[in-house]
Design a binder for this molecule. Sequence first.
Ligand code: ATP
Ligand code: MG
Length: 416
Amino acid sequence: MYRAPRGTADVLPEEQGYWRYIEARARALGQRFGYQRLDTPVFEQTALFVRGVGQGTDIVEKEMYSFLDRGGDSMTLRPEGTAPVCRAYLEHGMHNQPQPVRLYYFSPAFRYERPQAGRFRQHHQFGVEALGDGDPSVDAEIVEMAWRLMEDLGLRDLTLLLNSIGDSECRPAYLEHLRAYYASRVERLCQDCRGRLERSPLRLLDCKQEACQALAQEAPRSIDHLCHPCRDHWEELMKCLRRLDIPFRVEPRLVRGLDYYTRTVFEIQPPEERAQSTLCAGGRYDGLIQELGGPPTPGIGFAAGMERMVSNVKGQGVPVPQEESVRVVIAYLGDEAKGEALSLASQLRSKGIGAVLAPAGKSLRAQMRYANSLGVSYALILGEEEMRSGSALLRDMAKGEQRVVPLQGVAEELAN
Ligand code: ATP
Ligand code: MG
């Protein structure tokens, strides 16, 4: 037997209600905040992600699904959404439109990770990006969107973590402090972090190893080393969030590891904090579009993991409407009734009512069992008796009551 590849999952029919619930709320959120949907391809040139996500990140170092296509070009299944959005923004001249350009997307993301609860090799993201405006009010807008999304989903007891990692002006000096701090404690770092210390010391703050996390607690904080413009931006962002009544906690260890990530970073955590539980992560990337060959352009966005939202919505027992499915099963006996059943089903569907035929050649009892298993509201029963009189039995499944109805007009009656 074949199985779905390790780290991937089927979304079964009974799960679909959760996904549609979250998608509907995410779309409504985009609409309320003036964001437009953008869909980009599932694969891109590998170089886009190497530049746009960055050498020295987990994604580029060890997680990408890259392949040579038959023309010999290196392609990569999208591991994240921001680089493709920025690519499309430049490719379609959106930088010439009034700024900021506000976009959202739904997309699968592919990362070769070690599969665990909440961590997959194919997962799905809802993401938003605001491009072309560096004002702190835009940071507040993005953080607010993430927070409102979680509220709209009915999730409770979440924590919003916020930090500023400065920019190319102030970060170099901060990184020196960080290197000096870690250099005198190298023997307590994990192997990976020892390797990262010279190249990307910020990433040490993000390491999931216990020993490294303990060291990170006492490490120098970026918010204590911001230059004036970054400090003003940071203060104003916090002011906006307070004004919007969005509760946040300053978390000095929250980082993004690359030079083109600037200033604001944030995450939303569920109540029980585990390494793979972050619901949503975002930040500002004022150097990214330039890195991709465009003009200097500020940008900020977040991505929320669909699987993690589903699991929290379930875990917190949020009532989610189930998908409306079939409402009527048509049971019938005999060949003549079969033709009538087909045509009745067709009439019902044309009125927007979900209808299916019970399985052919089964006893009435078996057909009703089938209707029960689908959980339908009604069964229409076409027996030989009814056929002779041009009528049917309409059975209300919940009440267990049935009555004779004329075939003529039964579709209208059910539609009402
Ligand atoms: P981590 O540090 O936990 O690996 P990340 O920084 O790689 O997280 P992002 O790239 O910011 O995560 O992804 C945005 C969101 O997508 C995450 O907050 C999470 O909800 C979801 N996500 C990321 N990777 C996975 C995965 N492998 N499986 C399921 N969801 C994921
Ligand atoms: Mg990751």
